[in-house]
Ligand binder design. Structure first.
Ligand SMILES: C[S@@+](CC[C@H](N)C(=O)[O-])C[C@H]1O[C@@H](n2cnc3c(N)ncnc32)[C@H](O)[C@@H]1O
Length: 418
């Protein structure tokens, strides 16, 4: 990639939203331009931030014809060249959801070959798109001050608070405290139980002097106080989540996703279910209750600490078995038995087409599969494998568990040909 000339300014009119949070326009030389901080239909002056032979990335720095959906960003750190965390602070919340719906429908059409209207639903818990993050990762500069990174950069943007973080994150005092000799921090809170934890990472395992804050701390993976985990309740079930283990970030996401997965999957007594990419067992534990003692749930997850949490969270449910393994084509072909129902919730890169083909190999015994995804492009690529084998997408929901950002969560049910 050629370096961008950051003094270069272009005037252009932008169209639809694209991946990466920018809208698509054309530079005078015909190259496609992805313009962040703009909205469809706007005429803007854009500052070029990087270029390749085929496209340009730019930030809208002056809005000549503003969209009626433009708002003043609620976060003082948002905007061109500032904090890189949010993409849509300048967009009315309802419009953010419409933009996400357009992007999902576009990916489904272009990648999966499926025409579908998409509606992005709000979930409970945030305040007008703010105060929803229960987990925040922060960088720390040489002088021990916390910062976020600027967009597509390692440069620091110092912040005193983050409006998309929930109140309990701010109440830990982490943003204001000094963190000398620390490289990175992750704040994790469970607002329902009042527990909070800060994971501290240092270079070369050095032992810095940690500040006095209200949260418990974990230093390079070692709990400094009694416990290195938080506990949280989802629909009446208590979960332990250890430092470093994946958990849904939005304050209402764990419950919204569990409800969506359970109702789409329709697991009944005595069913056998496989939960792939199971994390700390968020779906597995609820599904183990649904199938009852005559059924079975196999939770597959590669992270050792997540597996330990899933086992702990499933205690008293002998029908739940946790298997620590990497999900590969051969594991899906030969290592998951013959389930009636499958759930998969991979990371952003998706499960991959060969794992999907291996799941199709279970079509004769599988009744339904529910795919949970935070990335419409890998989701569309993956489900295409099943659609080409005549599976049907019977249900699709899009949930706004990442307000103010371009991201969206999909939950979809697919059924094999009868
Ligand atoms: C998006 S999280 C979902 C976890 C859980 N469903 C939840 O909602 O809390 C994805 C999980 O997949 C795990 N994972 C990623 N790639 C994996 C692989 N190839 N094999 C097994 N687990 C994997 C990660 O460790 C993470 O816990």
């Amino acid at each position: 990639m050629a370096g961008g000339d950051d003094t270069e300014l272009l005037e252009l009119v932008v169209g639809d939203i694209a991946g990466g949070g920018g809208c698509v326009g054309h530079a005078p030389d015909g190259r496609v331009a992805f313009v962040r901080h703009s909205l469809p239909g706007e005429r803007v002056v854009a500052r070029v931030t990087s270029t390749t032979s085929s496209f340009i990335r730019a930030d809208a720095v002056e809005i000549l014809d503003p969209s009626p959906d433009r708002v003043s960003p609620p976060c003082p750190h948002a905007g061109p060249g500032r904090c890189g965390g949010c993409d849509f602070q300048h967009v009315a919340l309802a419009t953010q959801r419409e933009l996400k719906a357009v992007r999902v429908a576009d990916q489904l059409q272009r990648v999966a070959g499926l025409a579908r209207d998409v509606h992005v639903e709000a979930v409970k818990g945030d305040r007008n798109g703010l105060a929803w993050r229960t987990r925040v990762r922060l960088a720390v500069d040489q002088s021990g001050h916390v910062a976020f990174r600027r967009h597509r950069s390692h440069e620091f943007k110092h912040v005193d608070h983050c409006p998309i973080a929930c109140d309990e994150v701010m109440q830990t005092g982490t943003f204001a405290a000094p963190w000398p000799a620390v490289e990175e921090l992750e704040i994790v809170v469970a607002p329902d139980t009042g527990e909070s934890l800060v994971s501290v990472e240092t270079a070369r395992n050095s032992k810095p002097r940690l500040p006095e804050i209200t949260a418990r701390m974990v230093l390079n993976g070692r709990a400094q106080q009694r416990s290195g985990a938080v506990h949280t309740n989802v629909s009446g079930i208590s979960f332990r989540v250890s430092a470093g283990v994946f958990w849904q970030v939005h304050i209402g996401a764990a419950e919204a996703l569990t409800d969506a997965v359970r109702s789409m999957l329709g697991a009944g007594h005595d069913d056998s279910v496989v939960d792939l990419y199971a994390g700390a067992g968020l779906f597995s534990v609820a599904l183990a209750r649904d199938v009852g003692p005559g059924g079975s749930v196999l939770a597959v997850e590669r992270d050792r600490r997540a597996c330990a949490d899933a086992e702990y969270n499933g205690k008293g449910l002998p029908q739940l078995r946790v298997k620590r393994a990497s999900i590969t084509t051969s594991l899906v072909e030969r290592g998951i038995g013959r389930p009636h129902l499958a759930v998969l919730d991979p990371a952003r890169e998706g499960a991959g087409t060969s794992v999907m083909a291996a799941l199709h190999g279970h079509a004769s015994t599988l009744r339904r599969l529910v795919y949970v995804s935070c990335e419409p492009s890998s989701f569309s690529r993956d489900i295409r494998v099943l659609l080409e084998q005549h599976w049907t997408l019977t249900s699709l929901r899009a949930l706004d568990i990442f307000p103010m950002t371009e991201h969206v969560e999909l939950v979809a049910a697919l059924e094999p040909p009868s």
